[in-house]
Design a protein around this ligand. Structure first.
Ligand code: SF4
Length: 325
């Protein structure tokens, strides 16, 4: 990974946003931000969304520079999809604990133990892992991706055992799961949701499928972050308990000022996602530092499973996955 962008000679906080917008125009850049980013970064972004939406934006943009406010595997995916662009990750050390749980060697061992099995890789993986996989998925489309595979296929699902377990329960298909998980979503717990539900009995509970299965089982709606954003806007209820990283609540409050949102756990904060401060976005644009680039031989192999997923053309669901309301 390249060295982290420096923040020397940064303008005052008050002028930072204006300076970023000026540099953005000068560099012909677009700023993409994940739903878990800091509020002030989301407010500056051209597009805020989940992994699938961001991948599509990265692929379609005609900007010269993509400032990717997310974590490393997301910027890498953007570069794989659009290699002619300069993709910048404001803090090059922003990784993902789940993506780090699986190595190419471990995946190769798993493939050797299950010859002929198809590998479905959650996008929360490195380019090396994607290059050894057959098709990618996001939390938006994991169920549909698995359902698109031949009925008799043996399927290895990596690396998130909880998303994989959720897909198993929705599809009825047995998957070979890997023991990976997200420490942030482990903070979304049954007790916290039960306590909030006692306090706000009419609140609708939304949980991300990276949460443990017993937590997902308590939810009215299990879905990805972008599906959550759409669900709370469309739902007639006025109160919602949100079982995912807390950063998404900023967007929900901004877009639904009349509704109330309660984090299932205020401590469900991804430290990696929060590394992209305004100062670092500014420094990345100013110095064009923090470029994420994948060597061409690896890129071509990692591109195929991502493109196979995008080619399925799966739209965001209008009726939400697992809604019990
Ligand atoms: S929330 Fe979890 S899965 Fe998402 S980037 Fe952070 S550690 Fe990785």
């Amino acid at each position: 990974m390249p060295a982290a962008a420096t923040t020397t000679e940064s303008p005052s906080l008050a002028g930072l946003a204006g300076e970023i917008l000026r540099l953005k125009a000068e560099r012909r850049a677009v700023i993409l931000a994940h739903n878990y980013q800091r509020p002030e970064v989301q407010d500056l972004a051209d597009f805020v969304g989940d992994s699938l939406g961001l991948s599509r934006r990265a692929q379609d943009t005609d900007a010269d520079v993509i400032v990717f406010c997310g974590v490393h595997f997301m910027a890498e995916t953007a570069s794989i999809l659009n290699p002619s662009k300069t993709v910048l990750l404001p803090d090059a050390l922003a990784g993902c604990s789940m993506a780090d749980m699986i190595s190419a060697d471990r995946l190769l061992d798993l493939k050797e133990a299950h010859p002929g099995a198809l590998v479905v890789a959650y996008v929360n993986t490195t380019a090396e892992i994607k290059a050894e996989s057959d098709i990618c998925c996001t939390s938006s489309n994991a169920v549909e991706v698995v359902e698109s595979l031949p009925k008799d296929a043996e399927i290895i699902f990596i690396p998130d055992k909880y998303l994989g377990g959720y897909v198993q329960s929705r599809t009825g298909r047995r998957l070979i799961l890997y023991d990976g998980w997200c420490p942030v979503h482990m903070e979304v717990r049954e007790q916290g949701i039960a306590a909030l539900k006692r306090e706000h009995p009419r609140a609708v509970v939304l949980v991300h499928p990276e949460a443990p299965l017993e937590v997902s089982a308590m939810a009215d709606i299990v879905c990805s972050t972008e599906q959550m954003v759409k669900a709370v806007a469309a739902h007639s209820a006025g109160e919602f308990i949100i079982g995912t990283e807390t950063g998404i609540i900023h967007k929900m409050r901004r877009e639904n000022p009349g509704k109330r949102f309660y984090a299932a756990n205020d401590l469900a904060i991804c430290p990696h996602m929060k590394m992209n401060s305004l100062q670092r976005v500014h420094a990345a644009l100013r110095d064009l530092k923090g470029e994420v680039k994948v060597p061409e031989s690896l890129r071509a192999r990692a591109w195929l499973p991502i493109q196979r997923m995008l080619d399925l053309g799966l739209p965001y669901k209008e009726s939400f996955v697992g809604c019990k309301c």
